[in-house]
Design a protein around this ligand. Structure first.
Ligand code: SAM
Length: 276
């Protein structure tokens, strides 16, 4: 490095699987800082030792107590400090928000060294519209909370991007099939790693595939935007109502079909009661 780094917080992205994805600036910065604040000193220690960098490590996250948080901010004011997460870009479903916000509020130098993030890698790979997307982090693990989040996002005219874990993938696909009928879904798994794959299709098809081939590793789940179409006919709406009634109450079925078709919810509820 030509010039020593000045005091401040350096937000450094690290690889999401393939160590070759570390950037030159990330290496220079990690080499030049006085301290690396990280989620897990063992994980970051392994990365630094792979890069041949000796650095002081400090475990830190958004739940650190007030004293530890204050002490780190004082160090950021006095010397260069890097912030990294276990993998990918800090703050993206990872700690750092509280630190960055407070460092900026104090007028400290805050800069970013961008690099890998699973969310961006997945949106480039999935073949779903990439002009507008909404990153929604992890879906809740509990069925009710997950259904609520999906219902809230159903009308967003953008590709939806979620982080997911392999044990919860099938449940999540089933929930998406129910809450967002007719939408194309993509599963991007093990990005940048040896077994990278990306499958897309209707959620029921993907759920069947992953039931037969239980997934392992890390996953980004994407849902294509609502498909714009002309007003649905009552016959189309009835077919959708019948499908919804197989697992939902008439009021829920009517709400889902009203959201998807734009038809009147009360009329759909009345029809759902007859079909029930
Ligand atoms: N900050 C990270 C980033 O920028 O991607 C994400 C951290 S979040 C705690 C971890 C989640 O990211 C995983 O559960 C998975 O959903 C996703 N993820 C991370 N690496 C991945 C990979 N190589 N392939 C697919 N998904 C990945």
């Amino acid at each position: 490095m030509d010039k020593p780094l000045g005091p401040g917080l350096y937000i450094v992205a690290t690889p999401i699987g393939n160590l070759g994805d570390i950037t030159l600036r990330a290496i220079e910065t990690l080499r030049g800082v006085a301290l690396v604040a990280c989620e897990d000193t063992r994980v970051t220690g392994r990365l630094l030792s792979h890069l041949g960098i000796k650095a002081r490590l400090l475990r830190h996250d958004d739940h650190a107590d007030a004293r530890a948080h204050e002490a780190l901010l004082e160090r950021i004011a006095a010397e260069p400090v890097a912030l990294v997460s276990d993998a990918g870009t800090p703050l993206i479903s990872d700690p750092g928000y509280r630190l960055v916000r407070e460092a900026r509020a104090r007028g400290l130098n805050v800069t970013t060294i961008p690099g890998p993030s699973a969310m961006v890698a997945a949106i480039t790979l999935a073949g779903l519209p990439s002009d507008r997307f909404l990153f929604a982090g992890f879906l809740p693990a509990k069925a009710k909370a997950r259904a609520e989040v999906l219902a809230e996002l159903a009308g967003v005219p953008a590709t939806l991007v979620f982080y997911e874990t392999s044990p919860r993938l099938i449940e999540a696909l089933e929930a998406i099939g129910q809450a967002l009928p007719g939408r194309e879904v993509a599963v991007a798994r093990e990005l940048t790693k040896l077994f990278e794959e990306c499958h897309s299709g209707p959620p029921a098809e993907l759920a069947a595939h992953y039931t037969a081939h239980p997934p392992r590793g890390e996953i980004v789940l994407l849902v294509g935007p609502p498909v714009p179409k002309g007003p649905a006919t009552m016959a189309e709406a009835e077919a959708m109502l019948r499908a919804e009634l197989s697992h939902a109450k008439p009021s829920q079925a009517a709400a889902t079909v009203a959201r998807t078709t734009g038809l009147d919810r009360k009329a759909l509820y009345a029809r759902a009661m007859e079909l029930k």
